[in-house]
Ligand binder design. Structure first.
Ligand SMILES: Nc1ncnc2c1ncn2[C@@H]1O[C@H](COP(=O)(O)OP(=O)(O)OP(=O)(O)O)[C@@H](O)[C@H]1O
Length: 269
C-alpha cells in the first residue's frame, strides 16, 4: 500500500481501540476508537497532553492492559497479553540494583532458558549497541541515570523484539542527558532497524525523533491527527531545533492544540 509516497508495510495495527475504566463507580471513556498503523522499521511518536491516554495506548499494545473494544494486530495476528516480542522501556528503568549491568541485560534471556554462554554473548552485543561496552561488571548504582536507561534499552533489545515500546523514557533526565539519549536511541534504531513506538508529551522530542507523529486529543483520548515528519536525518548533524522547518512543524502541532484550555495543555514546548 502506498500513502503520501511512502511504502507501507504494516507491522502493528490498532483497530477501533477503546478503553473504559471504572473510576469511583463511574465508567469513564479514556480512549475512543483509536485507529493507528505502525509500519515495519518506523519510528512513531505518540504525542499529547497529560491524561490523553498515551500510556494506556502503549500498555494496550504491550498487552499489560486489555482494551474494552477493538483489536491490536501485530504481524497480522491478533495480540493478547504481553510477550518478549514487545520490548517495553519505561521512565523508571526498573533495573535490579543488586545485579551487575550485564546481569540486568540477561534477565529476559534467563527467563527464556537460554544458556549462560549465549546469554553473555547476546547481552555483550546489546550493550555495545547502546554504547555501554566495558561497563558490564559495574553495579547499577555505580552508573549514571542516562546509562541506566541505556541498560534498560539493551535489556529490551536482547529479546529481539518485533517492536520497542517506550513510555516517556527520557522524561526524568536533565536536558543535556535527555538530548544525548535522543541521539543514542536514533543510533540504536538505525543499527537494529527495530520498529519503535515512543510516547512523549515533549513536542521537540517528537519532532526530533519521529518518522510520523500521532497527535492525540483529550476527553476522550483519541487520535487528533497523524503527521508525517520529513525532516532530514541525522537531525543532530544536519539541522538544529531552531531551523525554520523545525519551527514550522512545532507551530503546526501547537496550532492543533489551540482549542485546548491551558490546564489541559500540559505539553513541553
Ligand atoms: N488503571 C487505571 N484505572 C483507572 N484510570 C486509569 C488507569 N490508568 C489510566 N487511567 C486514566 O486514563 C487516562 C489516561 O491516562 P494515561 O496515563 O494514558 O495518560 P497519558 O496521556 O499517558 O498522561 P501522562 O503524560 O501524564 O503520562 C487518565 O485519566 C488516567 O487517570
Amino acid at each position: 500500500m502506498e500513502s503520501n509516497g511512502r511504502k507501507r508495510n504494516a507491522l502493528l495495527e490498532l483497530q477501533n481501540v477503546s478503553k473504559v475504566f471504572n473510576k469511583d463507580g463511574d465508567d469513564v471513556l479514556v480512549l475512543k476508537d483509536v485507529e493507528l498503523t505502525v509500519d515495519e522499521g518506523e519510528f512513531i511518536c505518540v504525542l499529547g497532553p497529560t491524561g490523553c491516554g498515551k500510556s494506556v495506548t502503549l500498555q494496550i499494545v504491550a498487552g499489560l492492559i486489555e482494551q474494552t473494544t477493538g483489536s491490536v494486530i501485530l504481524d497480522g495476528r491478533e495480540e493478547h497479553g504481553p510477550g518478549p516480542h514487545k520490548g517495553m522501556v519505561f521512565q523508571e528503568y526498573a533495573l535490579l540494583p543488586w545485579r551487575s549491568v550485564i546481569e540486568n541485560v540477561e534477565i529476559g534471556l534467563e527467563l527464556k532458558g537460554i544458556d549462560k554462554k549465549e546469554r553473555r554473548s547476546i547481552a555483550m552485543e546489546q550493550l555495545a549497541t547502546v554504547g555501554l561496552a566495558g561497563t558490564e561488571n559495574q553495579k547499577v548504582h555505580e552508573i549514571s541515570v542516562g546509562m541506566r536507561q541505556r541498560v534498560a534499552i539493551a535489556r529490551a533489545l536482547a529479546n529481539k523484539p518485533r517492536i520497542l515500546l517506550m513510555d516517556e523514557p527520557f522524561e526524568a533526565l536533565d536536558a543535556l542527558t535527555k538530548e544525548e539519549m535522543q541521539i543514542q536511541i536514533l543510533k540504536v534504531w538505525k543499527k537494529t532497524g527495530t520498529t519503535i513506538m515512543f510516547v512523549t508529551h515533549d513536542v521537540d522530542e517528537a519532532i526530533f525523533l519521529s518518522d510520523r507523529i500521532c497527535v492525540m486529543d483529550i476527553n476522550p483520548g483519541r487520535v487528533k491527527k497523524m503527521l508525517d515528519n520529513h525532516l532530514p536525518r541525522p537531525r543532530h548533524e544536519c539541522m538544529s531545533r531552531t531551523d525554520k522547518e523545525f519551527n514550522d512543524m512545532r507551530d503546526e502541532i501547537i496550532a492543533l492544540y489551540s482549542s485546548l484550555k491551558d490546564e489541559e495543555l500540559d505539553l513541553i514546548i
